[in-house]
Design a protein around this ligand. Structure first.
Ligand code: SF4
Length: 343
C-alpha cells in the first residue's frame, strides 16, 4: 500500500499516469487479463499467477487454456482428483504448485463457499499463497491498490531510479509503493510489468519508445546494461541415478514418487539425487545422461540397469507397464527427458 497519509490517484503520480496511458495503447493481451472497468476473475488470475512462477508467459498461455477448459472454476478444481490435476499440469514443472493449488481450491470451497476472499490476510492463510501471490491477487484479481514487485518491476525501477548496487525485492518495494496509485490497481500493476517484459527488457532497453524515458536515470547516464545488478542464485550441482528396469516381456518399471518432496506423487522411473542404488544387484551403467536444472539444483542423472530380479519389497512400490501406457500418467519434465533417451 502507498505509504503517504492520503493515497494518491494516478492523476497525481506522473509516472503512474504515463504508464497507464502507455498500457492503454501498448499493453499485452493475455488470456487471464481484462482492462479498465471490466471485473477480473480472481480464479483465472490465481491460476495464471501460480503458473507464471518460474515459467514464461508464452509457455503458460497454452497450459492456462487447457487448465481452464478442464477446471473452469474453484469448485471443479476442488472436486478433481490430484492425479487429474497433475496430468493437466505435467510439463510445467515445480509440481508442488499444482498440489498446493488443489489443496487451496478445497479449502476455498470448504471455508468460503468456492469464492476467493478479497482480503490479503485471508489469502495468506491459504495453501500455496505467499506474500507475492497475495499481492498479485489483490491487484489483478480485485483491482485493489496493492504493490506487486516481480523481476520486471525490479528492473524497470532499478533503472528508473539509477540504483547501481545489488538490488532485490526489499530494495525496490518501498519505491514501488510510492508509485502505486489508489485508483487503478490492476491496470497499473499490469502496465509496469508489461513495460519490463516488452520495452525495458533485460538485455535491450528500448528507451526511445519508453513512457518513462524523460526522467529515467539509467537511460540518461547510459547505464541500462549495468543496471540492475541482481543477487546471484547459486545452484548446487548434483549427480543422481535413474534405474531402468525391464520385465522379461519388455515392460518398464514405474512407480509413484514417494514422500512429500520434489516431484512427489508423479509417475517415474525410480531415480535418486545421489548415485545410491535401490537394492543389491549387478548394476550396469548405460551410455545416456540427462541434465535438468531445478530452482536450487543443477542435476545430472546417470542411467543404470540390471538383469537381477528386483526384491519383492521394491516391486511393491510400482508396476511394470508397456512404454505406450506412459502417456496416461502424469510425468515430470525430467522424466520426459529420461524417457526420450530410452524410446
Ligand atoms: S527509459 Fe529505458 S531504462 Fe528507463 S525504464 Fe524506460 S526502457 Fe527502461
Amino acid at each position: 500500500m502507498p505509504t503517504s497519509s492520503r493515497p494518491r490517484t494516478a492523476a497525481e503520480i506522473p509516472e503512474a499516469q504515463q504508464l497507464l496511458e502507455w498500457y492503454a495503447r501498448e499493453g499485452r493481451e493475455l488470456p487471464w487479463r481484462v482492462r479498465g472497468a471490466a471485473h477480473p476473475d480472481p480464479y483465472a488470475v490465481w491460476v495464471s499467477e501460480i503458473m507464471l512462477q518460474q515459467t514464461t508467459v508464452k509457455t503458460v498461455c497454452g497450459y492456462f487454456q487447457r487448465w481452464m477448459e478442464r477446471f473452469p472454476d474453484v469448485k471443479s478444481l476442488a472436486a478433481a482428483s490430484l492425479e487429474d490435476v497433475l496430468l493437466v499440469w505435467q510439463g510445467l514443472g515445480y509440481y508442488t504448485r499444482a498440489k498446493k493449488m488443489h489443496q487451496c481450491a478445497r479449502k476455498i470451497v470448504e471455508e468460503y463457499g468456492g469464492i476467493f476472499p478479497a482480503e490479503r490476510e485471508k489469502l495468506l492463510k491459504l495453501p500455496g499463497i505467499g506474500p507475492y501471490t497475495a499481492s498479485s491477487l489483490c491487484a489483478f484479481g480485485f483491482d485493489l491498490p496493492e504493490t506487486v514487485v516481480d523481476g520486471n518491476v525490479i528492473r524497470v525501477l532499478a533503472r528508473y531510479y539509477g540504483i547501481a548496487g545489488e538490488v532485490d525485492r526489499s530494495v525496490i518495494t518501498p519505491l514501488a509503493e510510492k508509485l502505486t496509485p489508489a485508483d487503478a490497481g490492476a491496470d497499473y500493476a499490469s502496465a509496469i510489468m508489461d513495460l519490463g517484459a516488452t520495452v525495458c527488457t533485460p538485455f535491450q532497453a528500448q528507451c526511445t519508445i519508453c513512457p518513462l524515458q524523460q526522467k529515467c536515470i539509467a537511460c540518461q547516464k547510459d547505464l541500462t546494461e549495468k543496471i540492475p545488478l541482481l543477487k546471484k542464485n547459486q545452484k548446487k550441482k548434483k549427480t543422481g541415478a535413474v534405474f531402468v528396469l525391464y520385465s522379461p516381456d519388455g515392460k518398464i518399471f514405474i512407480r509413484k514418487r514417494p514422500g512429500k518432496g520434489l516431484l512427489s506423487g508423479l509417475r517415474e522411473l525410480p531415480w535418486e539425487q545421489e548415485e545410491t542404488f535401490p537394492f543389491e544387484a549387478q548394476w550396469e551403467k548405460l551410455p545416456h545422461k540427462v541434465r535438468h536444472v531445478f530452482t536450487h539444483i543443477d542435476l545430472e542423472l546417470n542411467f543404470y540397469t540390471t538383469c537381477t530380479v528386483p526384491p519383492e519389497n521394491f516391486l511393491k512400490t510400482g508396476q511394470f507397464i508397456s512404454p505406450e501406457q506412459l502417456s496416461g500418467f502424469p510425468l515430470s519434465t525430467l522424466m520426459r527427458k529420461v524417457l526420450k533417451k530410452l524410446f
